[in-house]
Design a binder for this molecule. Structure first.
Ligand SMILES: *Cc1c(COP(=O)(O)O)cnc(C)c1O
Length: 396
């Protein structure tokens, strides 16, 4: 059958390919340790599950407004006010089927043919793809390891052309775990405002932060900044609710209204029960979040030092999220079974075949010298996995 031009440009996710291969090995009875996960390994907190079950029994099982219920929007507004002292109205909130869906809708309603979208690298895999699907042109700002994977204000300035429309920010970041402080963000805001850019800020890891310094939400930088910013967040990472599929955008009411129209013609509302669950997540006790954070921090400390102890591996200490992004390029050029290891895909294949450990090649995130190692898995798996990685690399 003849497919559309768009279909031919769509890229399968290499993350999913590695996961599939790891699963296949597991099915064969091989004990594979998975460091590929892009989701917390904790269960959704009980109060949230109970609330969702009650909602089913009460018959909350029908269509809702396409952009989310008023009750959920109010819960989001309250939480955002409580956490960041930011004020939004209901017509400035859109709830979608996960932050990924919300970002997709955002690019669809903001990007015209050949509009340029600035994306710092290493980036979350879907930003460039979603921009391309919307007909735009992703322009990558390279965050080098020497700079702690951070981009500078200067890099943004240099990349701006008369076609530049959007700056995408994601902090704490997937895949590096790095974040920005208020002063750095102020620099970005200054350039963005001066050049009339829209800022899309994906702060889905705002609660998974190990520094003492509080997370600065981008729209907190001033009312002028807030007007040009669309804030994206959701329940997936904070409350360990990836499967429930609830994310939201907060910002300019015209943008929100356009996204609402798009949802109305495509997905309709996000699942009614999941919206109820998200209400409980935002309104209920927040101690489960603190417990997860504590556990993640212990793992982060362990895994980063274990990786840095391995000969030829070098990694930046992540300040948030649940990934480390070690540089493994010193192994490029080495041979295994007559085959040269030349890039992040080859080293990931090697680690899966020899160490029986699944990681994600960095090339997926725009950096071929690295691999992404998720520590959303048990401490005992982390310890065993690190041992295996060390032993397998020693044969190269
Ligand atoms: C997980 C993730 C998302 C998507 O989250 P969902 O709400 O589950 O769709 C968006 N952005 C980043 C950076 C992520 O890591």
């Amino acid at each position: 059958m003849k497919l559309s031009k768009l279909a031919k440009t769509l890229k399968p996710s290499a993350t999913l390919a590695i996961t599939a291969k790891a699963k296949e090995l597991k099915a064969q009875g091989i004990d594979v340790i998975g460091f590929g996960a892009g989701e917390p390994d904790f269960d959704t907190p009980d109060n949230i599950k109970e609330y969702a079950k009650e909602s089913i029994d009460l018959g909350f099982t029908k269509y809702t407004a396409a952009g989310g219920t008023n009750e959920l929007k109010e819960a989001i507004i309250k939480r955002t006010k409580l956490d960041y002292n930011l004020e939004y109205k209901k017509n400035e909130i859109l709830v979608g089927s996960g932050a990924k869906h919300v970002l997709y809708n955002l690019f669809q309603v903001l990007v015209d043919n050949d509009d340029e979208v600035l994306i710092p690298s290493p980036y979350w895999v879907s930003y460039p793809e979603q921009v391309k699907i919307a007909g735009g042109k992703p322009v990558i700002l390279e965050g080098l390891q020497e700079s702690g994977f951070k981009i500078s204000k200067k890099q943004i300035e240099t990349a701006i052309t008369n076609r530049t429309k959007i700056l995408v920010l994601n902090y704490p970041a997937n895949p590096t775990g790095i974040t920005y402080n208020r002063q750095e963000l102020e620099g970005f805001a200054e350039v963005a405002l001066k050049n009339n850019l829209v800022i899309i800020t994906d702060e889905i890891y705002d609660k998974i932060l190990y520094k003492d310094e509080k997370h600065t939400s981008f729209p907190q930088l001033g009312s002028d900044v807030k007007e040009k910013t669309i804030l994206v967040n959701g329940v997936s990472k904070t409350y360990s609710m990836t499967g429930w599929r609830i994310g939201y955008a907060a910002g300019n009411s015209e943008v929100i209204s356009a996204m609402n129209n798009l949802s109305g013609q495509s997905t309709s509302n996000p699942t009614s029960i999941s919206q109820k669950a998200a209400i409980e997540a935002f309104r209920g006790p927040q101690d489960a979040v603190q417990n997860m954070l504590k556990e993640f921090k212990e793992r982060r400390d362990y895994i980063t030092s274990a990786l840095n102890e391995i000969n030829g591996i070098d990694c930046v200490l992540p300040e948030g999220a649940f990934y480390v992004f070690p540089n493994i390029s010193s192994y490029f050029g080495k041979e295994h079974k007559g085959k040269k290891i030349t890039n992040s895909i080859a080293i990931s294949d090697f680690l899966l075949d020899v160490a029986k450990v699944a990681v994600v090649p960095g090339v997926e995130f725009g950096s071929d010298n690295h691999i992404r190692v998720s520590y959303a898995t048990s401490m005992s798996d982390i310890k065993e996995g690190m041992k295996r990685i060390k032993e397998s690399l020693a044969i190269l």
